[in-house]
Design a binder for this molecule. Structure first.
Ligand code: NAD
Length: 454
């Protein structure tokens, strides 16, 4: 087995050394998950629900431990990390209601009775990125397990610690061995095997668009089901009739949360031209006020980037001649710190305007009217998230319907609620997670006709 040193991005100290699964361990885990599937799907719905609630209670009892682990592994602020652990608990609780409510239909037909069943798929492979290790794991495994599937889950190489702990908590809660297996390892080995192994019936992939495309191509060989949650370049659209103070005060948090390593980051701020100067005047103190500090402090609003490699990738968007309008502060010394940075004026063709930076860098662009705002917002291959700031309700709805993106918020930057669907348009993904419909992604509809004649 190979090992991997997990590094604290705020200190650059090694916090753990993790054994990585190879091909043989992955195949063995998939084989065990396939065997366990036969018994897990047969567990009575109320018992499966009880086990998921016990798992949720176990997570709840360990929120602080999980959150501290995430601070050390990922550099997330402690307040974010507590929310993330709580989100796993809430998603488990939400889907624990599903086993007893996985209804089929009775459809009127001649000569008999026709009923549909929602059957589980089998083994589901979940591939998780490094930016939100806990929530993204939970969004995959909770509905998958509730629907009667077993799960093999691969955390990102850089951030395996909380996923490993969640796997232990599942066992402690009474989930049988093989129901949820966490396999730290390389994407090119473990993740790729989820794609090629015929016993894995579905892959849930969250990560970059490039790797997502590869996963989708690979899954095509077996017509394997796939859900993809990929990149984003979302717009925060601010109209002149908005509460500009509020819009400017919150804009930094809509993009710099998690140091901008958020697929939903509103990394393009579009401002109506007549309000542009005023908005920039208000935005500057808001950006300078973002508290970038030791993520373990309750007061921290932003931590470091995840790795040296990510720091270099983000820095590549800021050559010497970059049009930096203003920047916030960040600590010196060890750690992959990067200050919140605002770029303006920019041209629509600039790399920083077109590409997902995945760091605390935002561009600001003016627009002329509603149609122009929608045109610029849609001028990207992505379509994941976005915000609209206006006090005109009709305009808010018109623009919300016009923007090609999966998750929009009006006068707010929220994207994720466990009870509502989440996912992308265009190259931001395929399928939806969370909410009532996610169960459809983990089941097949079976139709059965029973003759009443003879
Ligand atoms: P990544 O694509 O490099 O890696 C994601 C995961 O895929 C990792 O676990 C990696 O080990 C694995 N992987 C790598 N090669 C693989 C292969 N050939 N087969 C199967 N798995 C493989 O992405 P990342 O850098 O970890 O994450 C950042 C990206 O994730 C960003 O683009 C971000 O926008 C996206 N993201 C999207 C969402 C969403 O919900 N849409 C959420 C979070 C992150």
């Amino acid at each position: 087995m190979t090992t991997f040193d997990v590094v604290n991005p705020a200190t650059e100290q090694v916090v753990a050394t993790i054994e990585q699964a190879g091909l043989a361990e992955t195949d063995a885990a998939i084989a065990r998950a396939a065997t366990t599937y036969e018994s897990w799907r047969a567990v009575a719905p109320a018992d499966r629900a009880r086990l998921l609630r016990a798992f949720a209670a176990g997570v709840d009892a360990h929120v602080e431990e999980l959150a501290r682990l995430e601070v050390a592994n990922s550099g997330h602020t402690i307040s974010n990390a507590r929310w993330e652990a709580g989100n796993v608990r809430d998603v488990l609780t939400y889907y624990s209601a599903a086993p007893e409510r996985l209804f089929g239909r009775q459809i009127p037909v001649a000569g008999g009775v026709d009923v549909t069943f929602k059957e589980p798929l089998g083994v589901v492979g979940v591939v998780v990125p490094w930016n939100f290790p806990m929530p993204i794991a939970g969004w995959g495994f909770a509905p998958a397990l509730a629907a009667g599937n077993t799960v093999v889950l691969k955390p990102a190489e850089l951030t395996p610690l909380t996923a490993i702990r969640l796997g232990e908590l599942a066992l402690e809660a009474g989930l049988p061995e093989g129901v949820l297996t966490v396999l730290p390892g390389k994407g090119s080995v473990v993740g790729e095997r989820f794609v090629t192994h015929p016993a894995v019936r579905k892959v849930v992939f969250t990560g970059s668009t490039e790797v997502g495309q590869r996963v989708m191509r690979g899954c095509a060989d077996q017509v394997k089901r796939v859900t993809l949650e990929l990149g984003g370049k979302s717009a925060n659209i601010v109209f002149a009739d908005a509460d500009l103070e509020w819009a400017a005060a919150t804009a930094p948090y809509g993009v710099f949360d998690n140091a901008g390593q958020d697929c939903c980051a509103r990394s393009r701020i579009l401002v109506e031209r007549s309000a542009y100067e005023r908005f920039m005047t208000l935005l500057e103190p808001a950006v300078r006020g973002v508290r970038v500090e030791d993520p373990g402090l309750d007061s921290a609003e932003m931590g470091p980037l995840i790795s040296r490699g990510q720091w270099e990738a983000v820095a590549s968007y800021l050559p010497d001649e970059a049009p930096v309008a203003f920047r916030g502060q960040c600590p010196d010394g060890p750690g992959f710190w990067f200050p919140p940075t605002v770029l303006a004026p920019v041209s629509p063709e600039d790399r920083a305007v077109r590409e997902e930076i995945f760091g605390p860098v935002v561009v600001v662009l003016p627009f002329d009217d509603e149609a122009d705002a929608v045109r610029i917002a849609n001028d990207t291959p992505y379509g994941l998230s976005g915000s609209i700031w206006t006090q005109n309700l009709g305009r808010a709805l018109r623009v919300a319907r016009g923007v090609e993106t999966g998750n929009l918020s009006v006068n707010s930057h929220s994207s994720v609620r466990y009870a509502t669907p989440f996912g992308g348009f265009k190259q931001s993904g395929l399928g939806r997670e969370l909410g009532p419909d996610a169960l459809d992604s983990f089941t097949e509809v079976k139709n059965v006709f029973i003759s009443t004649e003879g």
